[in-house]
Design a protein. Structure first.
Length: 246
């Protein structure tokens, strides 16, 4: 019994020591991660200042504005997404039970560009199928313009950020050659600051352009999907109205 008690005590001390050691390791790891994050942010801040606050600030402004517009577009496009098959089924049931007026109530109560196009087409049903088709095509162009709203500014920032970076590159090289001319001698220490500023502004502009390009391409692909959905649903609606009229 004494040996078993001693063995249990020894096991408890070893487990406690392992727990304390693991906790110390976790604490050291957490402190190391926090220190690495702090060092990363400090290095980014230093590079931002070394690149020249004028051009780096403008490039950063392009990133902020471009991201704000792109995120707003992404939210809007996701909210505009509609289950077209479900909407078509509801419209067909409403046409069968209550006619065009009941179908219009269904489309008016549904959000999204597809439902808006359906509403415009149903409002012209009394003028014939041909007028319904023209109304759908015309209002489809309006909805497409609404979906693409603001993306031209994202394109502008994608093009502007690298150009600002290259402008900073040119100015940095000019500064380096001015230092060489003033000193009358070519020395690495004289041109290092100018060349460094040139490279930092170029890198910053390219990074901003890459980030915004990814968001822009996502928005464009989302818009293409919505447009294809609108076209397919519009054709199905016209076929449905033809069947209902006959």
């Amino acid at each position: 019994m004494k040996k078993l008690f001693a063995l249990l005590m020894l096991t408890g001390f070893l487990a406690l020591g392992h727990t304390e050691y693991s906790y110390a390791q976790d604490a050291d790891g957490t402190e190391q991660v926090a220190a690495d994050d702090q060092n990363f942010h400090q290095r980014v801040k230093e590079k931002f200042i070394e690149g020249g606050w004028v051009f780096m600030g403008i490039v950063l402004l392009c990133l902020i504005l471009g991201l704000a517009i792109a995120i707003e577009r992404i939210i809007t496009l996701n909210l505009a997404t509609t289950n077209t098959n479900k909407l078509l089924a509801k419209v067909e049931d409403a046409l069968s039970s209550g006619g065009v007026e009941a179908a219009k109530e269904v489309t008016k109560g549904t959000k999204g560009p597809v439902a808006s196009i359906f509403t415009q087409g149903l409002m012209r049903m009394s003028e014939g199928i041909e007028m319904v088709e023209k109304s759908i095509i015309a209002y489809g162009s309006v909805e497409m313009g609404r979906l693409e709203k603001g993306l031209v500014w994202v394109q502008l920032f994608i093009a502007l950020a690298p150009m600002l970076g290259f402008m900073g590159t040119v100015l940095g090289m000019i500064e380096a050659f001015d230092a060489i001319q003033a000193a009358g001698d070519i020395s690495p220490s004289l041109v290092a600051s100018g060349i460094k500023q040139a490279l930092l502004t170029t890198v910053a502009g390219l990074i901003v352009a890459v980030i915004l390009q990814l968001f822009y391409n996502y928005c464009v692909s989302k818009i293409d999907g919505l447009v294809n959905s609108m076209e397919d649903a519009s054709i199905s609606l016209v076929d449905m109205l033809v069947r209902h009229k006959n």
